[in-house]
Design a protein around this ligand. Structure first.
Ligand code: ATP
Ligand code: MG
Length: 260
């Protein structure tokens, strides 16, 4: 299984941006292949990566539930799903993107769905890193059969509501018993130094604080022009901060792989 980094946080705190810049870092550092998973039903990671949106796992599920009833003789359900699941991958340079689409309804225990989960998770084994963009509710993550995440990065802005969502995410993890090795916190779009009271609140949470990513003029400009954020230049402050953050997150792993 590739080293899995999942990103979560309140709406609009920069989760997708962070995922895009992490993927950029991994590919540029020669740590590919990377599997990018868009686990937000309102998918837009492909835009940050400058890619077309493929067919989502949810869309495949809807088709497959019908089609597995009527397979040609000699084709098993397993073979059919294993083959079709590859159609959800969109190829980029050094990474592939898989969009999860809408999660299945609560009563969906059908066999096709079970196989889709099994094979979409199996796919992640052939990648060195998996970077997963989540919704705050961790909807897709909680439905995975293997919920192993090596590093969960929670993004927040400099608001009390942002921090409340951080706490809510930590509570969901406890409640669902998700297996998450390390939990980190990043304050995004920071303006200047963090206020002391805010720092105190963070210090009281059960997460490792990775620091801040400043509000970046270049991101605003790229957004305005509709340019993919992966092509931000090295001079972007956000790009530089994400590189430092990634060194902390995967630095040891990288050193190990270079030594091997
Ligand atoms: N450090 C930054 N500086 C300036 N703008 C930023 C920064 N980080 C993110 N943004 C911008 O803020 C907006 C929201 O970011 P993004 O879409 O990554 O958030 P999100 O948490 O994924 O949102 P959602 O909850 O809707 O999925 C985007 O327009 C993005 O370009
Ligand atoms: Mg997003």
């Amino acid at each position: 299984m590739g080293y899995t980094i999942a990103v979560a946080g309140k709406g609009g705190t920069g989760k997708t941006t962070l995922c895009g810049l992490m993927i950029r870092y991994l590919v540029k550092s020669g740590l590919s292949p990377v599997l990018a998973i868009d686990a937000d039903a309102n998918a837009n990671l492909h835009e940050v990566l400058g890619m077309e949106k493929g067919i989502s796992v949810g869309q495949l599920r809807e088709k497959a539930i019908d089609e597995v009833k009527d397979l040609p003789i000699g084709v098993t359900k397993e073979q059919y799903i294993e083959q079709r699941i590859h159609e959800t991958l969109v190829e980029g340079h050094g990474y592939d993107l898989m969009s999860m689409g809408r999660p299945e309804g609560p009563g969906c225990y059908c066999y096709a769905n079970h196989l889709i989960r099994k094979y979409s998770e199996k796919i992640s084994q052939s990648y060195r890193y998996v970077v997963m963009d989540n919704e705050a509710g961790l909807e897709h993550l909680s439905r995975r059969t293997t919920q192993d995440v090596d590093a969960l990065v929670i993004a927040t802005d400099e608001t009390v509501r942002g921090l409340r969502t951080v706490q809510r995410i930590l509570d969901i993890i406890e409640e669902l018993g998700l297996s998450i090795r390390k939990k980190f916190l990043v304050v995004n779009r920071a303006i200047g130094e963090l206020p002391e009271a805010f720092g105190h609140q963070i210090a009281g949470m059960k997460v490792q604080f990775l620091g801040t990513i400043p509000a970046d003029e270049l991101i605003v400009q790229f957004d305005l022009e509709g340019k993919p954020l992966v092509s931000l230049p090295e001079s972007s402050v956000a790009v530089r901060r994400v590189s430092e953050i990634m060194l902390e997150l995967v630095g040891n792993e990288k050193a190990l792989s270079v030594a091997a």
